[in-house]
Ligand binder design. Structure first.
Ligand code: FES
Ligand code: FES
Length: 140
């Protein structure tokens, strides 16, 4: 397979069997939506989280219009943040994702998309809820 020369098998697996692809209801007050783009290539990722009263992520879905690494990064991050508190999810760095998926340096910006998307989804959720559920520092 041509792609196998460039992509690690963990990327291929998430790309061929993406986890948690889909949508959550944007108008639901327990749902935060992050929509981000990568300036380097124009790829777009949407990530949505559903948060319970304790500030824990109980569901997560994504849709990504982009390259294999971007799809793999989104699939990976949905698995990673499920069950996490918002504050812990904010600590995930794109370099962790890139390391986990063995992304080459040229594909680092693809994992950045996933970090941006989760931050943006958390920010949207917190903005929606106002002072309702704010645990710790705000999302940047
Ligand atoms: Fe756009 Fe990756 S460069 S798909
Ligand atoms: Fe642009 Fe992967 S997100 S090449």
């Amino acid at each position: 397979l041509y792609a196998k020369r460039f992509y690690h098998e963990r990327v291929i697996d998430h790309y061929e069997n993406p986890r948690n692809m889909g949508s959550l209801d944007k108008s639901d007050s327990t749902v935060g939506t992050g929509l981000v783009g990568a300036p380097a290539c124009g790829d777009v990722m949407r990530l949505q989280i559903k948060v319970d009263d304790g500030g824990k992520i109980v569901d997560v879905k994504f849709k990504t219009f982009g390259c294999g690494s971007a799809i793999a990064s989104s699939s990976y991050i949905t698995e990673r943040v499920r069950g996490m508190s918002l504050d812990d999810a904010l600590k995930i760095r794109n370099t962790d994702i890139a390391k986990e998926l063995c992304l080459p340096p040229v594909k680092l910006h693809c994992s950045m998309l996933a970090e941006d998307a989760i931050r943006s989804a958390i920010k949207d959720f917190r903005t929606k809820r106002g002072g309702d559920i704010i645990h710790g520092a705000d999302a940047k």
